[in-house]
Design a protein around this ligand. Sequence first.
Ligand SMILES: Nc1ncnc2c1ncn2[C@@H]1O[C@H](COP(=O)(O)OP(=O)(O)OP(=O)(O)O)[C@@H](O)[C@H]1O
Length: 299
Amino acid sequence: MSDPLIIDRLTKRYGDLTALRDMTFTVHPGEIFGFVGSNGAGKSTTMRIVLGVLAADSGTVSLGNRPIDLALRRRIGYMPEERGLYPKMKVGEQLQYLAELHGLSRADAASTVRDWLTRLGIADRIDDTVDDLSLGNQQRAQLAAALVHDPAVLVLDEPFSGLDPVAVDVMSDVLKEKAAQGVPVIFSSHQLDLVQRLCDRVGIIAKGEMRALGTVDELRAHGGVEIEIVGPSTVDNWADGLPGVTSVRVAGPDTTVVGVAPDADDQQILRAALDHGPVRRFTPRTPDLTELFREVVSA
Ligand SMILES: Nc1ncnc2c1ncn2[C@@H]1O[C@H](COP(=O)(O)OP(=O)(O)OP(=O)(O)O)[C@@H](O)[C@H]1O
């Protein structure tokens, strides 16, 4: 079992721009944490600070109760957004080198490299140079580089971007397996369906600040409920101003979608709808992560 990765009140400025403000969250052992936010929200900056590639202006990163230092950083498996493998070096030699750099013996490194390349479906590319691989396969090799030293923490910057569906499944399985071994796993992604499916908890950030944090179910419950009502003509604007209704959206000539407050009386909304014509459908639903994301980021 590993220790939690604790990110505490990180602030980072680039000149006049505050890229991170009091960024705080914990990734628990065995947890897959999804880090989501618009372009430029501060995800890569946070991850680079965790890795020590970048220094924060204030705040701390620790593993359990130990502030992250060089020795602990070597135990992190990192996949940088800009990727980091040498394009002209052979995949196998490069991974072997990285594994030995982390203290594995020559024989152990060779067998670990072979195992991961097989697992990730690129064993036959072991003697190819990185720039001979397709982008997706370069990404698989990059993941292997993050894994060969059996990391105590995984920090992956957009590991799924550009992967085909089979590679997405392979990557997902590997992350789940590492989490099941007790490793805290954090990855950033713009693929919210994937984040919703894979992550135990999610942090939504905007403009360098954490705006929402929790399990997908917690975030969805917090986001309130919408009710889709099919029947009464939307020309009547029948839902405007009803108690407990926080938003009204017209989704067709006879389809109204209302956002409702947690304590709203849905039967009162149904009665108001019936006053304007027969109701053929009355369907409450909770928003998915994509809708929540839009709501949180635009707030
Ligand atoms: N070296 C730098 N110098 C100046 N500004 C920077 C630098 N690196 C990042 N920024 C700015 O800091 C902010 C956060 O950038 P960051 O790359 O962390 O965002 P991100 O959430 O990873 O975005 P994306 O989803 O597009 O990768 C952005 O406004 C970016 O322009």
